[in-house]
Design a protein around this ligand. Structure first.
Ligand SMILES: C[S@@+](CC[C@H](N)C(=O)[O-])C[C@H]1O[C@@H](n2cnc3c(N)ncnc32)[C@H](O)[C@@H]1O
Length: 212
């Protein structure tokens, strides 16, 4: 059974990750504002998961702890966060974890059954979003799924997320609505297997499960 977000946060806290204070707070308390338990549920039956924009690796860590997933990988644009992720993942195989230029995804992505894109979209400049998603699509194997989550631009509460990103110096602000995201995904060739919304505190999230 997948733990609740509160249980996931307590689990991360007990692990006491070795990283800078702000990164550590983001890792430990993120399940309170980002519904990680939903993300884990979406990949609980696949063999391998690749996380684009994996941050400090907590999603991959939780996936490898609480699901049947056997192989993990991911990319990040910041070396510091990849170092955090490797430290958090400890003994687990991190051969498929690397820093990249934010544009050209690795070819090895095509060995993974599920790709995650969690709260990365609103950090990609609007003019580059379509090209970015095309690159994701082109590197996925046929039949693989993309589990996409972002903040809903059609919600009034999107301003709270923008304030949050501003406070944490994370950029962002490029959110789209669920309907806009569905149109873009279908134009690229994805089949929309599922889509739904979930509010956690004042954060309105939407999820898309997209199949290549
Ligand atoms: C809000 S954080 C989310 C981190 C992680 N996915 C999570 O849910 O915990 C956004 C992340 O996207 C990364 N990012 C920004 N632009 C990116 C790009 N073009 N490709 C991959 N990651 C990117 C940032 O470095 C940051 O780690």
């Amino acid at each position: 059974m997948i733990p609740s977000n509160k249980e996931l946060s307590s689990f991360l806290k007990r692990k006491n990750p070795k990283m800078g204070l702000l990164d550590k707070l983001k890792v430990v308390y993120r399940p309170y504002i980002c519904p990680f338990s939903v993300l884990l549920t979406e990949v609980k039956n696949v063999d391998s998961v690749f996380d684009i924009g994996c941050g400090s690796g907590q999603l991959l860590f939780l996936i490898s702890e609480f699901t049947e997933v056997k192989k993990i990988g991911g990319v990040e644009i910041k070396q510091r966060l990849i170092d955090n992720a490797k430290s958090l993942l400890g003994e687990r195989n991190t051969d498929f974890l690397s820093v990249y230029n934010g544009k050209d995804l690795p070819n090895e992505m095509d060995i993974f059954d599920a790709i995650m894109l969690n709260d990365v979209w609103h950090h990609i400049p609007k003019a580059q979003q379509d090209l970015f998603l095309r690159e994701v699509y082109s590197k996925m194997k046929k039949g693989a799924i993309l589990v996409f989550k972002d903040i809903d631009a059609s919600s009034f509460w999107v301003h709270f997320n923008r304030f949050h990103d501003l406070l944490l110096g994370e950029g962002g602000g490029q959110e789209l609505s669920l309907n806009e995201m569905i149109k873009i995904s279908e134009n690229i060739g994805f089949h929309v297997k599922n889509s739904f919304k979930k509010r956690q505190y004042w954060y309105d999230h939407y999820f898309l499960v997209l199949e290549k």
